[in-house]
Each structure stands twice: as structure tokens, then as C-alpha cells.
Design a protein around this ligand. Structure first.
Ligand SMILES: *Cc1c(COP(=O)(O)O)cnc(C)c1O
Length: 412
């Protein structure tokens, strides 16, 4: 979001206050042009013969976004059969959808084969069962490179204690299964975590995967996952994507030469594509001063954006109603009956009752992790594209909160 003539504007001059007025708050807003910008930036950073971006759609699955990613030339990374079904209904071909579940039941794998998805396997028992049942269906293997990467333990998934992937140290077992079943391994995959800022950590994992890849003669692709860090705090250091791109591309081109075939290099960006494009607009319901602090209460909370409480994530907060006001310190909190601090000790231009505040970086894992806790409806979603706004999800109603409840009238 930019400040233009002392006012905040989104996309090509869209006024967030106009959106708050038109659609009500709380409201999730996504700038699709910004998503396109991130997509192209990622593409441009890597100089390899074949590059493919699989959008990790668990970050945000609105169907308009899925169709948009498809229009940009992207594919999908999915972690549940339902995400894959959403992908199909958005127009992706089955082979454009990678299915990377973790520890799901066998039936879900069978369904994925039936749908014709690309499949990624993350345990030895699953690999063995898959190879025996579907020896003719090529699959990818998720390797755990045992690298501690990512912003914190909750979002770091490639370390040695992690439940994800097959340990690279179990390579002999992988080999034995592949040999005994005659199955075809068409890809190797790793995803080490979210919020990776250090190109070295990424390269270390990539290097290990490429070394392993030399031992699999039928590969079509190598998939290095997602986790590219974006900046949350002003002054934060993001990942130096261009530097990573240059180093990794050189390494990958060398690998292809040694391997004797130009494989496709795949990434699975989630947060990188959509985080910074997303905003959560909320209205200030109350200002409360205590001897210790000034609280600004919003008409939202951890039910709509759980990241601050769950991951201690920092989301920058601006006052779009009073950008020129005198700055004061605030505890920005939600309306949930539980501690739900959205911003701790924030210096924000004076917040008054009724002011619309905006939480930045709310595109990834925002709406998707929203719940009905405290029996509050989930927000509406709006897409911004080329200066226009479009409603892409209705705000929930009382009706939605009652849906699926069965009143047995036993105690009337
Ligand atoms: C979540 C996930 C991603 C995306 O992670 P980001 O941090 O959002 O980029 C990529 N690949 C897999 C397998 C995932 O589970």
C-alpha cells in the first residue's frame, strides 16, 4: 500500500476507505496485480532451461486466484485432495497439480491416482505400497534434507525431527523399494520451511537434493519447494531472491549437464506470491486507556488472523482513516474473548473510534486459517485488478453459523 498525497491507496489508486464503506469490515483485500508482479519476479530470478512455478495454494485458495495463477502460466501445489479438486474446478489439468500430502490415508492416494494428479510421496511405507499397487504410475519423492531453515520451529519442516519427507539417510531403503517394485521415480522434492531468508540454507538443501538426483535415472523434474521469505516489518531483510536465483541457476545448469538431460526446476511459492498482496481492513470499535496502556479494539481478532498469536508473526498496522495524525502507542487488539493482540506497542497515528485500520501482509494464511471462534462470521474477500474491485467471497451470515447444526429438539 502506498501513501499518495498523504492518503493510503491500493492497486491503481483504489481507496481502502471506499472499500471499507462499500463492502463493510472486516474485509480481506487482495491486489492481483501485485501477485502477478511477484510471479514474474520469481520467474525472472532463475535462468534455467525449464522453470515451473507451482503455487502452494494452501496459502489462499479463492477460485479467482487459482484461475489467475493459471492465466499467468503457473501450476499448483496441493496438500489435500480437496485442494486438488478446487484446482481442477479452477481449470487446471490434473498433471498441472502436484499432490503433496503428509501422512494421509491410502484411500486419498488412490483417489489422487484416479484423478491423474502428479503425486509426491513422503514416507517409506507409502512408497512401498504405492510401488506395489501402481508400479506404472510415476511418482515424486519428498526428501527430508535435515536442514534447519525457516522462521521458527512451527514453520520449519525440513529438520531431522520433522514429520515431513523421507530422510535422505534412508536412501538405501528408497532404492530397495524402487528396485523391488519396478516403480518409476520422476521427481525429487524438498520443502524445508517457511520464511527462509538465508540463500545458503536453501542452497545447502538444493545441493543435497541434486546429489541424490544423480542416482535416479528417470527424473523429469526437481522440486525445491517454497518458503521464500517476504518482509513483514519495515526495515526487515527479505530473501535476496536475485542472488539466490543466480547461484541456484548456475548450480542447476551444471547439474543438468552432468545428468545428461534438461530437467524442469520447480518451486512452490505460497507466501511469496500472495502475502504482501493481501490486506485485512478492520474498524476500531473502542479505545480504552488503562494505567498501563492504550488499547485500540478492532472488529476482528485471532478468529480472522491467527498468525500474530499462533506464530508471533508481525503484521504492520496502519491507520488509513488518519494517516496524518499524531503518533501514539497502542496495543492493537481484537474482540475475541481470549488474549488476541494483533499489534503490540505500535506507534500509529492517533486512532479514534470508527477509524479503519489495515493489517498488512495478510494475503497468505490469513483467511485460510480463519475460523468461527466466538461464533463470529468470517470476512468477505475482495479482489483488486487493474484499478477495479470485485467481490470474490461473501461475508458469512448467521445462516452460515447455524448451517450443519442439527437441532434434535430433545430439550425443548
Ligand atoms: C506450505 C508449502 C509450501 C509453501 O510455503 P510458503 O512458505 O508459503 O512459500 C510449499 N510446498 C509445500 C509442500 C508446502 O507444504
Amino acid at each position: 500500500m502506498l501513501v499518495n498525497n498523504g492518503k493510503y491507496v491500493m492497486n491503481e489508486g483504489v481507496d481502502p476507505l471506499f472499500l471499507a464503506e462499500k463492502y463493510g469490515t472486516p474485509l480481506y483485500v487482495y491486489d492481483f496485480d501485485k501477485i502477478a508482479g511477484q510471479f514474474h519476479r520469481l520467474k525472472a530470478a532463475f535462468d534455467v532451461p525449464n522453470l515451473q512455478l507451482d503455487y502452494a495454494c494452501k496459502a489462499l485458495t479463492n477460485i479467482n486466484l487459482l484461475r489467475f495463477v493459471k492465466s499467468l502460466g503457473g501450476a499448483l501445489d496441493t496438500v489435500s485432495i480437496e485442494e486438488a479438486q478446487l484446482g481442477l474446478s479452477a481449470g487446471f489439468e490434473p498433471q498441472e497439480i502436484m499432490f503433496t500430502p503428509n501422512g494421509v490415508a491410502w484411500e486419498e492416494m488412490v483417489a489422487a491416482v484416479g484423478m491423474g494428479l502428479r503425486i509426491n510421496i513422503d514416507s517409506l511405507p507409502m512408497l512401498e505400497r504405492f510401488g506395489r499397487t501402481f508400479p506404472d504410475v510415476p511418482v515424486c519423492i519428498r526428501i527430508n534434507p535435515h536442514i534447519m531453515a525457516g522462521g521458527n520451529v512451527k514453520i520449519s519442516v525440513g529438520h531431522i525431527d520433522s514429520k515431513f519427507g523421507i530422510s535422505y539417510q534412508q536412501l538405501p531403503s528408497i532404492k530397495a523399494i524402487v528396485e523391488n517394485t519396478g516403480m518409476c521415480i520422476n521427481g525429487l522434492h524438498m520443502h524445508t520451511g517457511s520464511d527462509i531468508a538465508d540463500p545458503e540454507a536453501f542452497l545447502q538443501g538444493a545441493d543435497l537434493l541434486l546429489q541424490l538426483a544423480m542416482g535416479f535415472p528417470d527424473l523429469d523434474f526437481v522440486d525445491l519447494g517454497g518458503g521464500f521469505k517476504v518482509t513483514y516489518k519495515p526495515g526487515d531483510q527479505g530473501l535476496d531472491l536475485e542472488r539466490l536465483g543466480a547461484m541456484l541457476s548456475a548450480r542447476f545448469r551444471d547439474f543438468c549437464q552432468a545428468y545428461g538431460k534438461n530437467l524442469t526446476l520447480v518451486f512452490e511459492p505460497g507466501k511469496f506470491l500472495v502475502s504482501e498482496a493481501g490486506y485485512l481492513l478492520a474498524t476500531t470499535s473502542l479505545i480504552k486507556k488503562t494505567p498501563a496502556a492504550t488499547f485500540a479494539f478492532l472488529n476482528t481478532g485471532l478468529n480472522h488472523l491467527i498468525r500474530p498469536m499462533f506464530y508471533h508473526a508481525y503484521h504492520h498496522i496502519v491507520n488509513v482513516s488518519n494517516p496524518q495524525g499524531d503518533p501514539h502507542l497502542y496495543q492493537v487488539v481484537g474482540y475475541i474473548c481470549e488474549t488476541d493482540t494483533l499489534g503490540h506497542n505500535r506507534e500509529i497515528p492517533e486512532v479514534r473510534e470508527g477509524d479503519v485500520l489495515c493489517l498488512l501482509n495478510a494475503g497468505a494464511y490469513g483467511f485460510m486459517m480463519a475460523s468461527n471462534y466466538n461464533s463470529r462470521p468470517r470476512p468477505a474477500e475482495v479482489m483488486l485488478f487493474e484499478g477495479k474491485d470485485y467481490l470474490i467471497r461473501e461475508r458469512e451470515t448467521m445462516e452460515d453459523l447455524r448451517r450443519h447444526q442439527i437441532d434434535q429438539h430433545l430439550f425443548d
